[in-house]
Ligand binder design. Structure first.
Ligand SMILES: C[S@@+](CC[C@H](N)C(=O)[O-])C[C@H]1O[C@@H](n2cnc3c(N)ncnc32)[C@H](O)[C@@H]1O
Length: 231
């Protein structure tokens, strides 16, 4: 499909959503250009924890992957970039390696992100960490699945809300670069009490009104303070 017809197709989907979808159009007020980038944060984590092995799920044109400085790195993407041309599900079926840090940035649909989290935890070294991109959409349009907007975060945020209810992992969201989810393999220090069976059904309005608690928001500085104590 040409770029023009893709844009046209997205406009039609947006129009349909406008009539038939959720109607809550308030926006969060984050200007991502004012915060450190994902590459800066990932490299600082690797340096501070002396991590040796890195896995990136979803590499695209290696914009982030190419910046990461670490002893051993693997990138998975069915289309471009990284080292393994396959989906994350295919990769995890064959994989035998463990990693100190996993960066999840593949298909931004919560069911897939849930699987990426579960699989990453299976191959995470004991004091390893999982980071996830695109956890803080600022507009309803950025998080609709399937995508109706070129700058798409998808509904990764729903996977973070689900992770926040689990007792065996400790989840935060750093306020930087479209929201960077963090999962530590340790007891949840502030579990989210939400009696929900299907997190997919969460609404943007609920996210907008509760995002600080739902996502367990922290600043970049607070994250690095917490990371220091993760041993
Ligand atoms: C947002 S881009 C990644 C951007 C990159 N991580 C960065 O920081 O610059 C998402 C990528 O995920 C890839 N992708 C889509 N479905 C996937 C899947 N099931 N497993 C792994 N990667 C997937 C797409 O091909 C695309 O290149």
């Amino acid at each position: 499909m040409s770029e023009r017809s893709t844009k046209f197709y997205l406009k039609i989907k947006k129009l349909l959503y406008y009539f038939y979808g959720e109607k809550f159009f308030k926006q969060l007020n984050y200007d991502w250009s004012k915060y450190p980038s994902r590459s800066f944060i990932i490299n600082k984590v690797i340096k501070e924890k002396d991590y040796r092995s890195y896995l990136e799920i979803g590499c695209d044109v290696n914009k982030n992957y190419g910046n990461i400085e670490v002893e051993k790195k693997i990138g998975v993407d069915p289309k471009t970039g990284g080292t393994h041309k396959m989906t994350s599900d295919e990769f995890f079926k064959k994989n035998k390696d463990n990693f100190d840090i996993v960066f999840i940035d593949g298909l931004h649909e919560c069911e897939q992100v849930d699987r990426d989290i579960e699989n990453s935890l299976k191959f995470l070294n004991p004091r390893g960490i999982i980071l996830l991109h695109d956890c803080l959409p600022i507009k309803i349009w950025h998080q609709i699945v399937p995508s109706v907007y070129p700058k798409w975060n998808g509904d990764v945020w729903k996977s973070i809300v689900k992770a926040r209810t689990k007792t065996h992992i400790n989840t935060y969201t750093i306020i930087a670069d479209h929201g960077i989810g963090v999962i530590f393999r340790e007891k949840n220090r502030k579990p989210l009490k939400l009696d929900i069976k299907n997190f997919k059904k969460l609404k943007y309005e609920e996210y907008y009104k509760n995002h600080s608690e739902f996502m367990n928001l922290i600043s970049v500085d607070k994250f690095f303070d917490i990371l220091k104590l993760y041993n």
